[in-house]
Design a protein around this ligand. Structure first.
Ligand SMILES: [Zn+2]
Length: 301
């Protein structure tokens, strides 16, 4: 999946932002949804905006034609570039979970948390520029966003990966854009992303809500859109239970997150892909994996 634009449905494309640092070429993108109005789901970090603009021009669209930037959540790799993008996407408004709103207006705390969690990677992702308050729309659970030409997006709160996470469902084509709420799918393997503070019951409830929508296609933020959405959502549930059980047993036995990660790696066959990655991709995935295990170890039910 190395092309810049992936056509998923007549009204839906995935724009690869092709970040310019090693290991991140097929990792971050923006879903472009085309009705009479046009929406992007997850703009990516500031350093991805250039790539999104390039892909838009390849799709013969000008940045001014974008009406909405919908954020699945405000983590730097999803929403960090919203303020930067608005400088070109002058007619766009940013649709975000109510709990994310204030962090877009004043991203100081979000930036500090990003640096603390991601270190040098946050710097490579780029500074988070503020979003003017008047450009922000607040999402509601069950909200419908009519883009015209029969394209209606449904928004559902799907906390778990983050408390301020939402997923987007396009019913006619059965496409669910799940952000990070159903794990990530890289190099042919499903891996959960469950950083602290993680709540297992929210995560399960959100997966059940997404299963109830009976989607056909599942769009991961990292990375790509795939068929068999129901199988994928159920697999995420099973894996969450498995990781949680191992993590909690590890806590009882006084193990470190690294030791528990090693044990999960031995028991979860999907994680065999980790040993096939090149150095840059391994660094990208392994530290996030250990962070996710830490989330499972400190999880509240
Ligand atoms: Zn992410």
């Amino acid at each position: 999946m190395s092309e810049t634009i992936q056509n998923i449905a007549p009204s839906l494309k995935l724009l690869n932002s092709r970040l310019e640092f090693p290991g991140y070429q097929n990792y971050i993108g923006a879903y472009l949804i085309l009705g009479e109005k046009k929406a992007l789901v997850d703009i990516g970090p500031a350093s991805a905006v250039k790539g999104v603009l390039t892909a838009l021009s390849e799709a013969r669209l000008s940045p001014e034609e974008i009406d909405y930037i919908i954020l699945t959540h405000i983590h730097i790799d999803h929403g960090g570039g919203a303020g930067t993008a608005l400088k070109s996407m002058k007619n766009a408004r940013v649709l975000v979970h109510p709990r994310g709103r204030q962090h877009l207006i004043d991203p100081t705390a979000l930036w500090n948390a990003s640096v603390e969690t991601l270190g040098e990677l946050a710097v490579r992702y780029g500074q988070i520029e503020p979003v003017p308050e008047e450009k922000i729309l607040t999402a509601e659970d069950g909200m419908k966003l009519d883009l015209g030409k029969g394209v209606v997006l449904e928004l559902y709160m799907t906390p778990g990966h983050a408390a301020h996470h939402l997923s987007i469902f396009e019913r006619p084509h059965g496409v669910l854009l799940a952000g990070d709420s159903a794990g990530m799918y890289t190099d042919g393997a499903l891996r959960l992303t469950t950083p602290p503070p993680f709540r297992l019951s929210d995560y399960f409830t959100s997966l059940d809500r997404m299963i109830a929508l009976q989607p056909r296609l599942l769009g991961y933020a990292h990375y790509g859109c795939y068929p068999d959405a129901m199988v994928r959502l159920r697999a995420a549930k099973e894996k969450a239970q498995m990781w949680y059980d191992i993590a909690q047993a590890g806590v009882k036995a006084g193990k470190t997150p690294e030791q528990v990660a090693q044990e999960v790696r031995e028991k979860d066959k999907d994680l065999a892909y980790l040993s096939t990655l090149d150095k840059d991709e391994f660094e990208r995935d392994y530290s996030l994996f250990v962070t996710s295990i830490h989330g499972m170890m400190t999880a509240k039910l």
